[in-house]
Write a protein that binds this ligand. Structure first.
Ligand SMILES: NC(=O)c1ccc[n+]([C@@H]2O[C@H](COP(=O)([O-])OP(=O)(O)OC[C@H]3O[C@@H](n4cnc5c(N)ncnc54)[C@H](OP(=O)(O)O)[C@@H]3O)[C@@H](O)[C@H]2O)c1
Length: 278
């Protein structure tokens, strides 16, 4: 037993739930947080796992979860900011309330958790924070522009904070998953592809159809890869700041690194992702 403790957000499903079991298997105590812990069946009562409420938009719930975690296990050694969701829509199709809520969750909610975690870690001179971003935080993903921009924000925040906090002993990194068939792109995703005037609806459909035609087929990626990468980012001695995970995200990241300029990358994406002019 390492007797170390990780707090993870968004553990009701997907990568968060898998990460709870991955850390547990590695001998960690886990504060498995979620918005509705009363609905949780699998994780509740497991030894070394505290299931508790945390809504990233509710600072009181964040304080309470950290306090309960510390009371149960001692200090929180690592935090995984996993909670988040997206939307399928062109920018003009996205209602302002949806845009703001995505930012409240993916960006400001994540900042709320970091604000609570960092002072203790800084005081102890140690700690790890993993921010789950997305392949859409490495490239401007058309058809998911608001989500993409929220994940770019977190990639930038992570890179800046990695520099700010390294001298203080706290390591902050991102994990950028490719596409996985969790609820993130199903039930947990806002969908506005039918909104707006006929030109917008048609353009949205064309973008989506073309995208589907180039990514269709192939075996779905295993979301356990993401949980394993998160675990590695918390436990390995040396970890890069940016960590794409999944064959698709790794290919994309390799392409960005191999091309001579960012514009060359944007040109390549235009060739690949824009539907042929009709
Ligand atoms: N799946 C993919 O292909 C993919 C790719 C790249 C990045 N990601 C990112 O990976 C992360 C996890 O997603 P997933 O794929 O595992 O999907 P998921 O199964 O939908 O998990 C998302 C989790 O976030 C939680 N959540 C949403 N809003 C919250 C809030 N205000 N406070 C606390 N928790 C909140 C959800 O809780 P509820 O059950 O209460 O809604 C759920 O537990 C997200 O940040 C997502 O953007 C996913």
């Amino acid at each position: 037993m390492t007797n170390r403790t990780v707090l993870i957000t968004g553990c009701s499903s997907g990568f968060g739930k898998l990460a709870v079991n991955t850390f547990r298997a590695g001998g960690w105590n886990v504060v498995a947080t979620m918005r509705s812990p009363e609905k949780e069946a699998e994780l509740t009562g497991l030894e070394g796992v505290l299931v508790t409420r945390l809504d990233v938009k509710d600072s009181q719930s964040i304080d309470a979860a950290f306090e309960q975690g510390a009371a149960a296990f001692g200090s929180i050694d690592a935090v995984v900011n996993n909670a988040g969701y997206g939307s399928n829509a062109l920018f003009e199709q996205s209602p302002d309330a949806s845009v703001r809520d995505i930012y409240e969750t993916n960006v400001f909610g994540l900042m709320n958790v970091m604000r609570r975690a960092l002072p203790d870690m800084r005081e102890r001179g140690s700690g790890r924070i993993v921010n789950v971003t997305s392949m859409a935080g490495l490239m401007g993903l058309l058809g998911n522009s608001v989500y993409s921009s929220s994940k770019f924000a977190v990639e930038g925040l992570t890179e800046a904070l990695a520099l700010e906090y390294k001298p203080l002993g706290v390591r902050i990194v991102s994990v950028a998953p490719g596409a996985y068939l969790t609820t993130a792109f199903g039930a947990n995703t806002d969908n506005y592809i039918e909104s707006g005037d006929p030109q917008l609806v048609e353009h949205s459909q064309n973008v989506r159809d073309h995208f589907a035609s180039i990514v269709s087929g192939g075996t779905p990626q295993d979301p356990q890869e993401v949980a394993d990468k998160i675990y590695e980012c918390v436990t390995a001695d040396e970890v890069p700041v940016h960590n794409p995970v999944g064959a698709d995200a790794e290919r994309l990241s390799g392409l960005i690194d191999s091309l001579p300029s960012r514009q060359a990358f944007v040109d390549a994406m235009e060739q690949m992702l824009l539907p042929p002019a009709g």
